[in-house]
Design a protein around this ligand. Structure first.
Ligand code: LLP
Length: 427
């Protein structure tokens, strides 16, 4: 069995997660159910932190809220000392609600509306501007003290074409020349502090990619500092750190990433020209993906040329397989010791042929009534789930050293119709 490691355990063929029997959780809270181990998030945070801070001490993690916006998860990151990377006013509001202070919130939107910009200005957070056309609009509303610009350094990576954000033909970031012009405009307008940012792709397992992309950004930062005569408070190299989803993928060598980037930041360009800026990262996946499993019950099995195992989670609960053909490992939590048999497809109940959570998997004997566990769903799992086919969204539970608590109730039909007004002109 792949990836049976903390927090997963096989006890007499039954799956335990963070020392709690998954069958017990399913009985108590129903399925589909997202279960998050807070200890795993803490150890991911500490691993990442020490990988970088042991080489460069002006280092800060800003958790990317979009990966998992559960309030308890945000509270945990706040207690760890993390900052928050937010993509919209709503995420900023959640972060504030969970105790993040303005100086610890970064707002990286794209194609922002004036309302969004004006909200961000009022919050006095760090605004990361995605394009040179946004800057004059922002400055017409007000002059922030601190501004960062998102650069497209001409390089992109990612485990799927949809996860590549840098390089040609992507909708994000600005060129070096646009950035030079924008920093000059911002300086003239009275902006006092500056940062620089890139986010070039997601789910990257190749350590050397981060070195390559960071070298590019540093070269651009050096030119900008010399040309615009500004100083950069921070250099934000984004997120993108991958985790192994599909056997036999290996973990990203985060120590190597930290030491490579530490070397770049301790190098001449960074220390002499850039004057020892803060090094920011803003990961989502790396911190939360493997902290969470999705428990789902088998309701119906259909035999045929390929056997379909029908479960109560679907593309509405976990969109990644349908959207990116993403692989999530599946275990039969009820029969971990059963031998791999013929491959099966695992599907949801949505009326779409793309509603397949796992294709061609050898997971051993599966019977109706079994409980399956879909692994590594803590990032972009619940946060991308939907109501499609009028499905209430799943419940979420957090486990903390054997103690557990429901952190999001399962939705009901009332949640689905909340806010709707029925017209009165039909009889
Ligand atoms: N910063 C910015 C500005 C971002 O747009 C993102 C993710 C992150 C940080 C965090 O990236 P991470 O460390 O998680 O790679 N829905 C896709 C992932 C899309 C990521 C979008 N932006 C998925 O399910 O794989």
């Amino acid at each position: 069995m792949w990836k049976i490691e903390t927090p997963l355990k096989n006890i007499n063929g039954k799956l335990f997660f963070a020392n709690v029997n998954t069958a017990k959780l399913a009985n108590e809270f129903g399925t589909p159910l997202f279960v998050t181990d807070s200890e795993r998030i803490i150890s991911n945070y500490n691993n990442l932190h020490s990988a970088f801070s042991s080489h460069y001490d002006k280092f800060k993690i800003n958790y990317a809220v979009k990966a998992n916006n559960n309030l308890s998860v945000l509270k945990l990151f706040n207690s760890l000392g993390s900052g928050a990377d937010c993509s919209c006013p709503e995420e900023i509001s959640l972060a504030k609600k969970m105790g993040f202070s303005s100086k610890d919130i970064l707002y990286t939107g794209n194609y922002n509306s004036e309302d969004q910009l004006s909200f961000a200005l009022k919050q006095k957070i760090i605004i990361n501007v995605d394009s040179s056309s946004i800057l004059p609009r922002l400055l017409r509303i007000g002059t922030p003290n601190f501004i960062s610009l998102r650069i497209n350094p001409g390089i992109g990576g990612g485990s799927h074409s949809g996860l590549v954000f840098g390089g040609k033909n992507t909708k994000f970031g600005m060129s070096k020349n646009d950035a030079i012009e924008s920093y000059n405009i911002a300086k003239k307008a009275g902006v006092k502090k500056f940062g620089i940012h890139m986010m070039t792709g997601s789910s990257i397992l190749d350590a050397s990619y981060f070195k390559k992309a960071t070298n590019k950004l540093i070269d651009i930062a050096v030119e900008i500092v010399e040309e615009c005569k500004i100083s950069l408070d921070f250099i934000n190299i984004g997120g993108g750190f991958g985790i192994p989803y599909r056997p036999p993928e290996k973990s990203l060598d985060i120590k190597k990433v930290g030491s490579d980037i530490g070397k770049i930041f301790n190098g001449k360009k960074s220390s002499k020209i850039l004057n020892n800026p803060w090094l920011f990262v803003e990961p989502g996946r790396y911190l939360v993906a493997d902290s969470t499993i999705l428990l789902t019950s088998v309701h119906s099995i259909k035999s045929g040329p390929i056997k379909y195992i029908g479960v109560d989670a679907g593309m509405n609960t976990l969109l990644r397989p349908a959207l990116y053909d993403a692989y999530h490992h599946v275990l039969n939590a009820s029969r971990l010791n059963s031998r791999p048999k013929k491959p099966v497809n695992i599907c949801g109940q949505i009326c779409e042929n793309t509603d397949i959570l796992a294709k061609n998997r050898k997971i051993g004997t599966v019977k109706e009534g079994d409980l399956l566990a879909i692994l590594n769903v803590g990032a972009y799992g619940f946060s991308m789930s939907s109501h499609y086919n009028t499905r209430p969204r799943a419940a979420e539970v957090m486990i903390n050293k054997k103690k557990y608590k429901i952190i999001r109730q399962r939705e009901t039909i009332n949640d689905l119709i909340k806010g709707q007004k029925v017209v009165t002109w039909f009889k």
